[in-house]
Ligand binder design. Structure first.
Ligand code: HEM
Length: 388
């Protein structure tokens, strides 16, 4: 499955082909921020909700194509957002029955069982519909029609493999599971990375100003920032790298030893569950100066390709080794493009007039779910920038 993800679904070529769609989705994101800000008397927007919706539409579009799939009776995608939120929460919830099978009745009493069933049914019927539509589209006069390589979404790629590749025997359930894996692994992480970077920038207005100056100097007076501009924005990468060091969305990376192992004088038997604490590694004062501080400048002299897996074990935002994130390139371009455009098009502030942008003005408490995200919803002021 990992091999399918890396070489077929999330390859560099497919990521590049998806570039123009990503740019369209960022345009929708900017438009949405603008509309919400205009609709509020003080220009306030709930950035958390907008970023979740952006991440969700990016992964859904890459997975399902440009057809807008809705749950029954859904208006404006709100029901789907809620079902996905429930799904992300349920994935990391341990049912009582798993701890002590004879206490399984507690899960019925707390409503966990019913909520799980409801969420499963909603997502399963949606994915059934997606796969059936794609199958129908592929059949023309009784024969399979290929979809142009650059136009194919994840479901197209998987159906092609199911039809033509004997090596992988994929059935509909496998395809649904893989797509759900993508949604689960890609949505929450992308939006929480964006939220943390914005929160750090809010708390460090000097860094935000420097980054905005950089972006606006490269763009001049006309936007939007496209994927072609990104390599001209090295400071943007330093800011994201530093934020990932402090706020890796997956703080624990679980592994199991496949053989008896000796490590630093300890004997670790085969089959031991080992948890790598990526959060603590990123903040280790033995490796990092001013480890707890947000200092993007530390990467200016020695830029780091933060998407490269396991080349620098001082921090592991995308994990490492065979189980490392196959969507790192895809996730990075979604984050960079969205962030650069948000900073180009708007000047940002905090809603409460008495609070100024500056150190510790935002609550940075963490909430643990499928990924580590900010606990408080991010309410901000977005003022369109009229330099363009
Ligand atoms: C910037 C955002 C992202 C971050 C920080 C991130 C981080 C991670 C991490 C830390 C892991 C576990 C790696 C390990 O155990 O060594 C992981 C796994 C994974 N990621 Fe990402 N990821 C991001 C975006 C994405 C995207 C956009 C996709 C897909 C479109 C994706 C797909 C996956 C998959 C399929 C796995 C493996 C899940 C499994 O083992 O079942 N990720 N990611």
């Amino acid at each position: 499955m990992c091999c399918i993800c890396v070489h077929r679904i999330l390859s560099t070529r497919r990521n590049l082909a998806f570039g123009h769609v990503q740019e369209q989705l960022v345009a929708v994101l900017i438009d949405r921020i603008c509309t919400r800000a205009k609709a509020h008397p003080k220009g306030e927007v709930n950035l958390s909700l907008i970023l979740i919706s952006y991440a969700n539409s990016t992964i859904s579009r890459a997975s399902f194509g440009d057809h807008y799939y809705k749950l029954d009776g859904d208006i404006g995608g709100e029901k789907l957002r809620q079902v996905l939120a429930d799904f992300f929460e349920l994935v990391v919830t341990t049912p009582m029955a798993d701890i002590a099978p004879w206490l399984g009745w507690v899960d019925t009493l707390t409503g966990l069982e019913q909520r799980t069933r409801r969420t499963f049914e909603a997502l399963d019927s949606l994915l059934e519909r997606v796969v059936a539509d794609h199958r129908n589209k592929r059949f023309s006069s009784g024969r399979v029609v290929g979809v142009d390589e650059d136009q194919r979404d994840f479901v197209d790629v998987l159906l092609d493999m199911a039809d033509k590749d004997a090596e992988f025997q994929l059935d509909t359930d496998n395809i649904k599971a893989l797509i759900l894996d993508m949604l689960a692994a890609g949505t929450d992480t992308t939006s929480s990375v964006l939220e943390w970077v914005m929160a750090e920038l809010m708390n460090h207005p000097d860094v935000m100003q420097k980054l905005q100056d950089d972006i606006r100097a490269v763009l001049g007076v006309t936007g939007p920032v496209t994927r072609d501009h990104l390599h001209k924005l090295p400071y943007l990468k330093c800011v994201i790298t530093e934020s990932l060091r402090l706020h890796s969305p997956s703080s624990f990376l679980p592994r199991e030893t496949t053989e008896d192992t000796e490590l630093l004088g300890y004997h670790i038997p085969k089959g031991t569950r080992v948890t790598i604490d990526s959060w603590a590694i990123g903040r280790d004062p033995a490796t990092w100066e001013r480890a707890e501080e947000f200092v993007p400048e530390r990467f200016v002299e020695a830029p780091d390709d933060y998407t490269k897996l396991g080349h620098d074990f001082r921090f592991l935002p995308f994990g490492a080794g065979r189980r490392g994130c196959p969507g790192a390139g895809f996730g990075a371009s979604s984050v960079e493009l969205a962030l650069a455009n948000m900073l180009f098009h708007f000047d940002w502030g905090l809603p409460d007039g008495s609070r100024k942008l500056g150190a510790s003005s935002l609550d940075m408490s963490e909430a643990h779910g499928l990924s580590v995200r900010r606990q408080a919803a991010q309410l901000v002021l977005a003022k369109p920038w009229f330099g363009h």
